[in-house]
Design a protein around this ligand. Structure first.
Ligand SMILES: [Zn+2]
Length: 134
C-alpha cells in the first residue's frame, strides 16, 4: 500500500518504552530532558530522537482519552449537575488538570515511540505532512 508507514522496529515495545519515558530504541536512555522536550540524542544508544515528530498528535490523543474516559462518564453522576458550581468545579477541574498533565508526557512518549517504530521522520514529506500545510 502506498502512503502507509511500514513497521521498521517492534511497535508495541517502542510505544511502551516511549510511554514510560525511555528511549524507544534501547529503553535505557531518557526520552525527555524537560516536561515535554525530547532529548536530541539518546544518552545510552545515541539514537537521533529529535528526528521523530510528535506535532499535535499527543495533545489530540490526550484530549480524546481524558474526554471519553473521564469527562463523559463523570457527566452521568447527578452530583456533578446538582451541586453548587463554586464547590464542584474546583473539585472536578483540579484533579482533571493534574490527570491531563500527568498523561500528556506519557502519550507523547508513546507517540514518539510509534513514530520510531514506523520509521516516520520529520523530513519524510510522504508521511509527515504537517510542515507541508504551512
Ligand atoms: Zn537509546
Amino acid at each position: 500500500m502506498t502512503g502507509m508507514a511500514e513497521i521498521v522496529h517492534p511497535l508495541r515495545r517502542s510505544i511502551f518504552r516511549g510511554f514510560t519515558g525511555n528511549c524507544p530504541a534501547c529503553g535505557r536512555g531518557k526520552l525527555f530532558w524537560k516536561y515535554l522536550k525530547v532529548n536530541g540524542r539518546c544518552q545510552a544508544c545515541d539514537t537521533d530522537l529529535a528526528r521523530y515528530p510528535a506535532d499535535d498528535g499527543p495533545a489530540y490523543l490526550t484530549i480524546l482519552v481524558i474526554g471519553h474516559l473521564v469527562v463523559a462518564p463523570m457527566l452521568f453522576f447527578p452530583i456533578v449537575w446538582r451541586s453548587n458550581p463554586a464547590y464542584s468545579l474546583p473539585i472536578i477541574l483540579v484533579p482533571l488538570a493534574a490527570l491531563t498533565l500527568a498523561l500528556l508526557p506519557r502519550i507523547k512518549g508513546g507517540w514518539v515511540g510509534m513514530m520510531y517504530a514506523l520509521g516516520v521522520k520529520d523530513t519524510d514529506d510522504r508521511l509527515h505532512t504537517a510542515d507541508a500545510a504551512d
